[in-house]
Design a binder for this molecule. Structure first.
Ligand code: SF4
Length: 372
């Protein structure tokens, strides 16, 4: 496939996850939904099921409002809305981690609102670094394995987990490499870049890695398009067509990102150390850093954003703040401070999953572009 054909394929998957899920179900695979963030997909994959990203969607919210107050983030609201309306029918279970207050409450609502899809909690420790934190993480994974067995009838095998870890580490590496390759190819639009990341949620990682590797090769042989203004993005999600379209209209190019649904999740590989493969996976969580939902007294993430922007040659940092996301809101002043210290302009726009009109964001982004 050439570059355009590959980009079209990513678009097709990102635009219609339901079709992708139907295909897996028809092929006899079990599908397990994975809510944000850091759901242990490797475990699900190793048991022979398809981990399927469930980060909500840009839809109108009605039914979920019976369960949530208006001030909970729209990722959680739309996730529940899709569940209630049957958009995830056929899934064997949903695994939801506990890394923010919104995630802590959605499971209880899910149990009553979507009883046909069992809720499996993954409770992570706040203190993930000490040995007792690693043991706590491992115990959480064991609980997930037990619940997955009951929900799917599939069994766990530590050697199979080792193979799945290799698949996921290879995908992480491909995604990290892709970011650099895309930065050198401004002709790939921000909307197309978003499709590549989004499609990863709805494909088996080995299939997605194959496409990403093919794109890296195809772009390597292609001539780079005319330069645009390089920026860095940070936030939880940045996949709304209205938003990426404005960035493209403004001649801005995302050259690196700290978006949870994009590069942030691919920063840490599962290490080689560890007695069993499940121990290795618990150590992966211990090693993770630089994320608003991971406890860090020093808030090193904020300084890292400024350093990454500088290293990638970004002329500014666009903070895409998901409305009512407390962990991200708390970090914003520190991101601004760190970028100010490096002389990197920062602007913030608020987004949610119900926006139909992005004109206020357009004005802010156009003004930002003009000062870069
Ligand atoms: S981290 Fe933020 S965006 Fe993600 S579920 Fe929690 S509140 Fe919502």
């Amino acid at each position: 496939m050439n570059v355009q054909e590959l980009l079209n394929r990513f678009r097709e998957v990102a635009a219609c996850p339901r079709a992708q899920m139907e295909n897996y179900l028809k092929s006899g695979k079990k599908v397990v939904l994975t809510a944000p963030v850091y759901t242990p997909e490797e475990i699900i994959h190793s048991m022979g099921a398809v981990p399927f990203g469930a980060w909500g969607a840009d839809i109108e919210l009605n039914e979920s409002k019976k369960y949530f107050p208006a001030f909970i983030c729209s990722i959680m609201q739309s996730l529940l809305e899709i569940g209630i309306k049957g958009g995830y029918r056929g899934a064997s279970a949903i695994v939801i981690p506990s890394l923010c207050d919104s995630l802590k409450v959605i499971g209880q609502n899910w149990k009553y609102a979507v009883p046909s899809i069992p809720f499996i909690p993954m409770t992570y420790p706040q203190n993930r670094k000490p040995d007792f934190g690693v043991a706590f993480t491992k115990a959480g994974y064991e609980r997930v394995i037990s619940d997955l067995g009951k929900a799917t009838g599939l069994t766990f095998d530590d050697a199979a987990l080792g193979s799945s870890i290799e698949v996921y580490n290879a995908h992480n590496a491909a995604m990290r490499e892709l970011v650099g390759v895309l930065a050198a190819h401004p002709e790939v639009t921000n909307a197309q870049r978003s499709d590549i990341f989004k499609s990863a949620f709805f494909m088996l990682k080995e299939e997605h890695t194959e496409l990403v590797r093919a794109l890296i090769d195809a772009l390597g042989a292609a001539e780079a398009g005319p330069a645009k203004t390089p920026i860095m993005t940070t936030g939880i999600i940045a996949d709304a067509a209205g938003l990426t379209g404005i960035l493209d209209d403004c001649g801005l190019q995302i050259v690196c990102d700290d978006v949870a649904a994009e590069s942030r999740q691919y920063a840490t590989d599962t290490p080689a150390e560890g007695e069993t493969n499940l121990d290795r996976l618990a150590l992966k969580f211990r090693n993770m850093d630089n994320c608003s939902v991971l406890y860090d007294q020093e808030k090193n993430r904020c300084k890292k954003i400024a350093a990454d922007a500088k290293a990638a040659g970004a002329k500014g940092v666009l903070v895409i703040l998901t409305k009512f996301c407390d962990p991200e809101e708390f970090d914003y002043p520190l991101i601004k401070k760190a970028c100010d210290a490096e002389g990197i302009p920062v602007t913030v726009i608020e987004v949610d999953r119900q926006m139909v009109n992005y004109e206020q964001a357009r004005t802010a982004i156009e003004t930002f572009r003009d000062i870069l």
